[in-house]
Design a protein around this ligand. Structure first.
Ligand SMILES: O=c1ccn([C@H]2C[C@H](O)[C@@H](CO)O2)c(=O)[nH]1
Ligand SMILES: [Zn+2]
Length: 296
């Protein structure tokens, strides 16, 4: 089991902890498939809803909040039955808007893993207004059930009445709906090929500024983030923030980063290059490679 779970595992009922420990091996980055979840449910003799709430300290242990020291853990349950943990990250020394909320981390985790819809979100603290707005961008967002410790579960529509969302800006294909933009760029560089794929899967209906970030660590592993816009603009999640939270879920340090690439469309109304450099330079002393590509 990874050291970062040493404390949180002691907060779980023993039968659940015993069944979970083998799953928290060195590769664990917050994803448990439906089969593993079923194993935890039967081994612990708890209901699935109880297991998900009991797993929140494990999700919170993925957090990196050097400013607030406030550990938030979230779990997104996909339509497939798999669950995806997420946690907050804060970038030391930079403006607070660079932070990633636990809910955004969990949702982006599910999206990057190929889920097409989220049905439940479990969080250890009431989701803030920003996260409610972020969730409202998702496929069937208003119907996502929110589960909090010691509270009745309600759909997002209860937490975010009179919502403003994609439909108000005539966007009919929301976040996580299958859509892919193709880009024309011949490259033999695996990191760029990976980034092009993710940029094509990014969600930018308001600016067409499809974009992705790929981070590489010294050992050659890569961590991607896609751009995810929001109808209310400010709660959009930038690809660098998504990539940093992905890397952190994988138990990697920012100091492990050896290369960073931003890929963005030439046809967008905006560029993320300035914001991406700001975030990168707070965590790593390396130059950002910026690649602008034409959609086909
Ligand atoms: O819904 C919320 C509210 C706050 N936070 C994080 C953001 C920041 O890192 C810390 C303090 O606000 O908690 C979340 O992850 N989710
Ligand atoms: Zn939030």
């Amino acid at each position: 089991m990874q050291d970062r779970f040493n404390h949180s595992i002691t907060l779980l009922p023993t039968p659940l902890a015993d069944a979970l420990i083998p799953m928290l091996d060195s590769h664990f980055a917050g994803h448990l498939n439906a089969q593993q979840l079923a194993t935890l449910t039967s081994a612990s003799k708890m209901s699935e809803a109880e297991v998900l709430l009991a797993l929140l300290p494990i999700a919170a242990a993925l957090a990196k909040p050097p400013i607030s020291e406030f550990y938030v853990g979230a779990i997104a349950k996909g339509k497939s039955g798999d669950i995806y943990m997420g946690a907050n990250i804060e970038l030391p020394g930079e403006a607070l808007f660079h932070s990633v909320h636990a809910e955004q981390s969990a949702i982006s985790h599910a999206w990057l893993s190929g889920e097409s819809q989220i049905v439940d979100i479990i969080v250890n603290a009431s989701p803030c207004g920003h996260c409610r707005q972020f969730m409202n961008e998702l496929v069937e967002g208003s119907k996502i059930y929110i589960h909090l410790p010691a509270q009745e579960s309600h759909p997002l529509a209860y937490y975010l009445p009179y919502a403003f969302g994609p439909k108000d800006l005539n966007v009919t294909s929301p976040l996580m709906a299958k859509q892919q933009t193709e880009f024309a760029l011949d490259s033999a560089d695996p990191m760029i090929i990976e980034g092009l794929d993710h940029a094509g899967l990014s969600y930018a209906p308001y600016t067409e500024s499809f974009a992705a970030v790929v981070l590489k660590t010294h050992d050659g592993a890569t961590y991607c983030g896609r751009y995810a816009e929001n109808a209310a603009f400010n709660p959009s999640m930038l690809p660098m923030q998504m990539a940093l939270s992905n890397l952190t879920r994988h138990n990697r340090e920012f100091s492990d980063i050896s290369r960073a690439v931003l890929i963005e469309s030439s046809q967008g109304k905006i560029s993320l290059v300035g914001a991406t450099m700001d975030a990168l330079h707070t965590v790593a002393a390396i130059e950002l490679e910026h690649i602008v590509v034409d959609p086909v």
